[in-house]
Ligand binder design. Structure first.
Ligand code: CTP
Length: 397
């Protein structure tokens, strides 16, 4: 169970620490709460004790059950620490190493990463002293979840509202994941394709498919988070994850050329793109005009990218395909795995509602040359991407 030290300092938003505690407990975290004396004016220790299901720590001179030292015992076994909300005063003290209560003393003894979620009046937030402290904190490696704009407790409108509790929980989990997996793919080069190809018909039209590119972009983000050098060959106009090099392409032919160019340096290729199997045999140079006649478009096959790599790949490379199927999922995927000479194929049933194309979720079966290696029920594409990258990281020679 990951363990978080949750510091609560004395601002009106302190009551939201109760929601955060409850949410993190539900997501499987142990939450160790330390409050400043001022925080107890806004939310009771009993509330946080009940929600965290453990003693809330307030007093630096409280005698621990054994002969330990309170603030040193508190930091043992921590994965992360967060202060929610962090007042201007708390930020100033942490920035300058002042330790005058249990929370600030504990924060000075931390050996794990610290996240601060500030909340205060906008004048206090914008004050040059607070802004200078922010920069100092960032230079110490502290992560900040910036406050939002809106109506503040004092009635003013401006910046200073505590960020959304769910967003804070997500940031805490993302930082934890990042630390857990950091460097699993360090020194590895990962090549990922994403999105559906677009095969032009004339200057304004193309033949395409419903692939959104979300799965491929999530795979690129998960690989980068694990320290890999990532190249993402994509047709999608989605944001490129931080630290990823993007190669924008449109057609199957362009994707083929980009994959062949980048494959020699890659340790792992994941072809998550939905590549068109056919393209218009000729592309009209002018817009095709409407008429009353039926229109017949001749199509020709596109190159099968994975099949062309078969003779080019090295045995120490891992090559992974995707199979989007509407029926006979496993037999179809199995045949593709063999025909294309893959190490793994990730099969998903795109006829199931709520998963696959355009959706934020997916459910997949991973097949290797020895049969099914994983079968994951519906989860976010991000979560599936994380599991896939861990599986491939384990199998890399
Ligand atoms: N693929 C490819 N080149 C193509 C078509 C597909 O490299 N011209 C890749 C896809 O990126 C995917 C895998 O092959 O990783 C399987 O794609 P899919 O479209 O499911 O298979 P097809 O071989 O096209 O078979 P079918 O469309 O008949 O199901």
């Amino acid at each position: 169970m990951p363990t978080l030290l949750l510091g609560v300092s004395g601002g009106i938003a302190a009551y939201k620490s109760a929601d955060l505690t409850s949410l993190l407990r539900k997501r499987g975290w142990e939450v160790r709460v330390v409050m400043t004396p001022a925080a107890t004016q806004f939310v009771t220790p009993l509330t946080l004790q009940t929600l965290s299901r453990q003693k809330v720590h307030l007093d630096p001179f409280d005698l621990p059950a054994d002969s330990g030292v309170a603030h040193i015992d508190l930091v043992k076994g921590l994965d992360l620490a967060a202060v929610v909300p962090a007042t201007a005063n708390l930020m100033a003290k942490v920035a300058h190493g002042i330790a005058d209560d249990l929370l600030t003393t504990t924060l000075l003894a931390l050996r794990c990463p610290l996240i601060l979620a500030p909340a205060m009046n906008s004048a206090m937030w914008e004050h040059p002293a607070t802004q200078a402290n922010l920069r100092l904190l960032e230079s110490h490696g502290v992560s900040l979840i910036p406050p939002a704009s809106g109506e503040l407790a004092c009635g003013d409108i401006g910046i200073g509202k505590l960020a959304d509790v769910e967003e804070i929980a997500n940031r805490i989990e993302a930082l934890h994941q990042k630390r857990l997996h950091a460097n699993r793919l360090h020194g590895r080069r990962v090549l990922i394709t994403a999105g559906g190809t677009r095969e032009p018909l004339d200057p304004v039209r193309y033949l395409g498919n419903r692939s959104s590119g979300k799965m491929g972009h999530a795979l690129a983000a998960a690989a980068a988070m694990r320290g890999a050098e990532v190249t993402l060959i994509t047709t999608a106009s989605l944001p490129v994850p931080p630290g990823v090099g993007a190669v924008p392409v449109a057609t199957a032919q362009e994707m083929l050329e980009a994959v062949q160019k980048h494959l020699p340096g890659a340790d792992l290729l994941v072809m998550a793109a939905a590549v068109a199997d056919y393209r218009p045999a000729r592309v009209a140079s002018q817009k095709i005009k409407k008429s009353d006649e039926a229109l017949t478009i001749a199509l020709e096959p596109t190159p099968d990218i994975l099949a062309t790599l078969r003779p080019l790949r090295r045995p120490d490379q891992l090559i992974v395909g995707f199979a989007a199927e509407t029926d006979s999922l496993i037999p179809h995927a199995q045949r593709k795995l063999e025909r294309k000479g893959l190490d793994f194929i990730v099969a998903n049933d795109v006829s199931r509602p709520g998963i696959g194309f355009e959706s934020d979720e997916n459910a997949v079966t991973v097949l290797g040359n020895d049969g099914v290696v994983a079968n994951w029920e519906v989860a976010s594409k991000q979560a599936i991407a994380e599991r896939l990258l861990d599986l491939f990281a384990d199998r890399l020679p």
